[in-house]
Design a protein around this ligand. Structure first.
Ligand code: TAP
Length: 489
């Protein structure tokens, strides 16, 4: 059974046990200390499944961000820069192990604060977070030999300095790991701002970092809304900006770093085409489609949100998909049987509803299964949008919810053309029995990640990132270390 010391109660997931210590109030983690925001301002973080307030979180001002950057600079120039890569690696291994030990606690907190099903946070998010720290721990003592050409002619690999990192709410802990692990492995120090609606697991991660004995100031966590993010990105003593979030905010950030000597990586939105060829294994493809769009309520940058089905199998695929969707359970994120949890915020729920309305206005057909949806909390049923044209708003814009548009095509070339006809280029998927078709599609769809006969397969060793308005730079793998190092300096 779950036990919350601040008195919040929640129906426990069957057969699960975990103790989650949610504090009544969280401060900022700066210079190895927990401090209030200088202006004493706080904001509430709520459980989107039941609207209960989980905790109050410090709202960092410009002065707080300045203190965090100063702490990061001091650590960068002090102890952190004098230790070896092998020593840095040990800290990362320690963080990874503690995360594994406390994985249930993290999973429950992630589901409560963000709304995602416990099955996903427990079996996917938290294991991947630990794997990310393990992976980058392994690189920490190999950097001199990691990059082609490095080490030749006395070329040295060095960290870039203080890194400002801003992350979104859809994979709160995973995005924190994607940012912090490579930054620390390569010897940088960090100021990280989590999203306003999902700060709690980043703050719990700060506790883990403390427990792992990471020197003070190496990781600083400043919570707050968009302005706090702006202060982090705009701080003159930040050497590199790492941002994950919407394309719209990404464009603002790009403008704000223009003309400075800051380096940057931007991981932005997506509108992936999920392509089903007529020779695909249909039952497996249908499972792939469900996973592609309904995983994490569709709050996924790489979600397979546009289904492109070859005409010969379109009716069959849609019927099977509808039948499968009738079985999906929408509800309590802490119930391990739940398939679709809560939409992260009221604002996001309103955005999803409004885009689906637009689809109807523009002439598409909306289909939803008879699934029951809890009245209390932010919930939205799995939804198909049929009879879509390429110009429809729902085909072009990121919905970031459990909503799938469906279009058909006749030839591989038509599939490629439709897949590439949006502003985004983050990810995509192909289902086909024929290797030649798979290669033609994966070669010609302009996307940073293409999956074949699977979807949403993640691995820390694999680079992730987009083309076009989906971003600049890569995270994960060796590629994910490049933005955190400089050569010959
Ligand atoms: P955003 O609204 O862009 O917010 C992302 C982060 O930036 C939040 O922490 C936000 O703070 C902060 N922020 C807002 N305005 C800012 C500004 N002017 N300067 C600096 N920081 C600012 O995105 P979101 O709604 O949280 O996340 C969803 C988006 O993230 C989707 O578009 C999704 O595709 C994208 N995403 C991309 C990836 C990759 S790897 N490409 C992965 C996950 C998500 P507050 O939210 O606290 O106000």
């Amino acid at each position: 059974m779950y036990d919350f010391i601040n008195g919040n109660e929640y129906a426990p997931a069957p057969e699960s046990t975990a103790i989650v210590n949610i504090k009544k109030k969280y401060g900022l983690y700066i210079g190895g200390k927990w401090v209030d925001a200088q202006g004493k301002k706080t904001f509430e973080t709520i459980n989107p499944a039941n609207q209960q307030v989980l905790s109050k979180v410090a709202d960092a001002s410009k002065a707080d961000v300045d203190a965090a950057v100063k702490a990061a600079r001091k650590a960068f120039e002090g102890e952190w820069s004098s230790i070896s890569g092998a020593e840095r690696g040990k800290y990362l291994y320690r963080i990874a192990r503690i995360l594994q030990e406390r994985s249930r606690e993290f999973a429950v907190l992630e589901s409560m604060d963000g709304g995602k099903p416990i099955r996903e946070s427990r079996d996917i998010d938290i294991p991947l977070v630990a794997a990310h720290f393990f992976y980058y721990a392994g690189w920490a003592d190999k950097l001199d030999f990691a990059f082609p050409g490095a080490g030749i002619g006395g070329q040295k690999v060095k960290p870039v300095g203080v890194v400002g990192q801003v992350i979104p709410w859809n994979f709160p802990l995973m995005m924190a790991a994607w940012k912090i692990a490579p930054a620390l492995a390569s010897g940088n120090t960090v100021v990280l701002k989590p999203a306003e609606t999902t700060s709690l697991t980043a703050l719990l991660l700060a506790e883990v970092i403390e427990e792992a004995g990471v020197p003070a100031g190496v990781v600083n966590i400043v919570t707050g809304a968009g302005d706090t993010g702006k202060f982090v990105v705009g701080h003159p003593d930040v050497n590199k900006v790492a941002f994950t979030g919407s394309t719209c905010v990404g464009k603002h950030i790009l403008k704000s770093v223009a003309g400075t000597d800051k380096s940057y990586t931007l991981e932005l939105g997506g509108k992936a085409a999920h392509i089903i060829m007529d020779d695909a294994a249909i039952d497996q493809a249908v499972e792939g489609i469900v996973n592609g769009i309904f995983f994490n309520q569709g709050h996924v940058c790489c979600a397979g949100s546009r289904l492109l089905v070859q005409e010969g199998v379109a009716d069959k695929v849609v019927k099977k998909l509808q039948k499968r969707m009738e079985t999906l359970i929408v509800g309590n994120p802490l119930d391990k049987n739940t398939d679709i949890g809560a939409i992260n915020s009221k604002e996001q729920l309103a955005k999803i509803k409004s885009l689906v309305k637009t689809a109807t206005k523009e002439g598409a057909t909306v289909w939803q299964p008879g699934t029951s949806v809890p009245r209390k909390g932010n919930f939205y049923p799995p939804t198909l949008i049929l009879d879509c044209a390429q110009s429809h708003t729902v085909v072009q814009e990121e919905i970031f919810g459990p909503v799938l548009t469906i279009q058909t095509f006749r030839t591989v070339n038509e599939a490629v053309e439709k897949a590439n006809n949006t502003q985004y280029g983050l990810s995509g998927g192909v289902w086909s029995d024929k290797g030649a078709k798979v290669f033609k599609l994966t070669d010609n769809v302009k996307a940073g990640i293409m999956w074949a006969n699977t979807y949403n397969a993640f691995d820390p060793a694999s680079p992730f990132g987009g083309f076009k308005e989906s971003g600049i730079g890569r995270e994960g793998g060796l590629h994910g270390l490049y933005p955190y190092v400089k050569f010959n300096a």
